[in-house]
Design a protein around this ligand. Structure first.
Ligand SMILES: Cc1cc2nc3c(=O)[nH]c(=O)nc-3n(C[C@H](O)[C@H](O)[C@H](O)COP(=O)(O)OP(=O)(O)OC[C@H]3O[C@@H](n4cnc5c(N)ncnc54)[C@H](O)[C@@H]3O)c2cc1C
Length: 485
């Protein structure tokens, strides 16, 4: 990501690429001709063989907007209520706010509802690593993250501190070589990323806080009626499309497809998380605490992962197998019990015991890890004008750091799909939002995220097994299959 300040107050979509950030090259005359011949041939023989697939044009990054799909503007576009459907976004987490931002840039009318009473209603303290989504956030108008920290080194140790793996640009690139931050991961507190998105949206007032979705149903005439609980009262709202961005325990998903077909699936382990300021580690010097190193230490059962949280604090995530009942009980006992358990299990090399001991109980949380079986396109197809994004659609374990990345990609892809499928003269009211937007969006989203859900579930197993201890300068699990982690 370029280190450019987000000095532009507003954005609008690039007219050259219509906000997609990409343009397609024209198909060559020869390819068009070959396709036409194959098509004519197929039509002549009708039922025999399969129809030729229309060749796809090669895409390239739009030069006018440098691939973000956005251009600066004095003010956000005025919502086009004539042409576009009104979108009700349920959930003001990472995915929901990102979708609202992408709708704002495109003049798509929306209302975003969040059940929490305000931004800080619950402790939401943990850090995220932006991988592929560091490009997607440019498509959301965020060109630099003030609070983001870039890591350049990743190390794996045994519990005695022996290094069994190291990678990252510091390992592979000579120190005097000029490197770009584009190839590194960006670590950021979830609330800092959420705040950056909220700033893009125009501030806290753009969210309907304290609105918990209770139910929705399709109206007889047109659109969908939604019911919310607000301060003990019941309120109604009408929209053309509903997007469930309401997390792993999504009410929208429950109303749409029920709980029984894809219930929460326990992945056999618990995670305990903590945030520790470096100032609490007085007198301790360690090259692992340089605010640019991610490290993990494991013994084949417990595994701790430590990353920069801000430039002056670290986040740790300890995980280990545990039966579901015990994991729920431990989580319910609260921060002091979680801290005691974490410290007991990690009397390992420096600086791990010191960091855990110095972490205040108030900065510790823990929960059993769940995902759900992959959603099938057919289950969502029944949803008419209702769809899901982020954890509501494809919850996954945190071990690949992909949940928020996928939620951001979903949000941008859906807004781009609405913009394209509901453009003036598209007749979406006649054809339906499912036909014009949702079918294509859902099949792309489910295909893209399926591998991440699967890999994240596999990581919940192998990170707590002997496999994690193999010596190689590559992310763990790469020996199982040759792909990125
Ligand atoms: C410890 C940990 C570490 C992680 N690390 C990473 C990482 O490094 N990289 C990464 O990409 N991902 C990571 N993730 C995953 C990531 O946080 C989630 O995948 C991401 O937040 C999902 O975004 P979302 O918008 O779908 O849901 P959420 O962010 O969970 O937001 C859902 C929102 O919906 C609201 N809501 C729920 N029900 C209702 C209702 N009925 N009415 C109105 N509002 C409602 C909730 O209050 C909440 O605000 C991590 C997760 C954890 C727990």
């Amino acid at each position: 990501m370029e280190k450019v300040e987000n000095e532009e107050a507003s954005w609008t979509i690039c007219p050259e690429c219509h906000g997609s950030g990409k343009k397609s090259r024209k198909l060559s005359k020869k390819i068009r001709l070959l396709y036409q011949i194959a098509l004519d041939q197929f039509e002549k023989t009708k039922d025999e063989g399969t129809a030729p697939v229309r060749p796809k044009a090669h895409l390239y990054s739009c030069l006018n907007c440098s691939g973000s799909g956005l251009l600066p503007s004095a003010a956000p576009p005025i919502a086009d209520t004539e042409n576009y459907p009104h979108i009700a976004i349920i959930g003001g987490g990472i995915g929901g706010i990102a979708l609202a931002v992408a709708c704002l840039h495109r003049g798509i009318p929306f209302t975003i509802f969040e059940r929490d009473n305000n931004f800080d209603a619950r402790s939401q303290g943990y850090g995220l690593t932006l991988q592929q989504a560091s490009k997607a956030i440019e498509g959301l108008g965020i060109f630099s993250l003030k609070e983001g920290v870039t890591s350049t080194r990743h190390i794996v140790h045994t519990t005695e501190g022996k290094v069994i793996g190291e990678w990252g640009i510091r390992k592979w690139v000579q120190p005097d070589t000029k490197t770009t931050s584009k190839r590194s991961n960006i670590h950021i507190a979830r609330q800092s990323l959420r705040l950056a998105l909220l700033e893009q949206l125009g501030g806290h007032d753009m969210v309907q806080w304290g609105h918990q979705l209770i139910d929705f149903k399709e109206c007889k005439d047109e659109g969908i009626d939604l019911t919310f609980q607000v301060n003990g009262d019941i309120k109604s709202f009408k929209a053309d499309m509903v997007v469930g961005a309401d997390g792993i325990r999504s009410s929208v998903r429950k109303s749409l497809i029920g709980e029984d077909s894809t219930p929460l699936r326990y992945l056999g382990c618990i995670v305990i998380l903590g945030i520790c300021p470096l100032s609490a580690l007085e007198g301790l010097t360690s090259s692992l605490l340089d605010s640019a190193t991610v490290f993990q230490t494991a013994n084949g059962n417990e595994r701790i992962y430590m990353m920069p949280y801000t430039s002056d604090s670290v986040m740790w995530q300890l995980s280990f197998p545990m039966p579901e009942k015990e994991a729920k009980e431990l989580s319910a006992q609260g921060p002091d019990a979680l801290k005691e358990e974490a410290c007991r299990r990690t009397q390992w090399h420096d600086p791990i015991p010191q960091i855990l001991a110095a972490t205040q109980a108030a900065q510790i949380s823990g929960y059993p890890v769940y995902d759900r079986e992959l959603l099938k396109v057919e289950l969502l197809e029944k949803g008419g004008q209702v769809t899901l994004i982020g954890d509501a659609a494809h919850p996954m374990s945190p071990f690949k750091g992909q949940g928020a990345n996928q939620a951001l990609l979903d949000a941008l892809t859906l807004a781009r799909g609405i913009s394209k499928g509901c453009r003036p003269l598209s007749q979406w009211r006649k054809a339906g939002l499912r036909e014009n937007v949702l079918n294509e969006f859902e099949s792309e989203m489910l295909e893209r995220s399926a591998v991440k859900v699967k890999d994240s579930a596999e990581a919940a197993q192998f990170l707590h097994s002997e496999i994690v201890l193999h010596e190689s300068d590559a992310p763990r699990g790469r020996c199982l299959k040759n792909k990125d982690t």
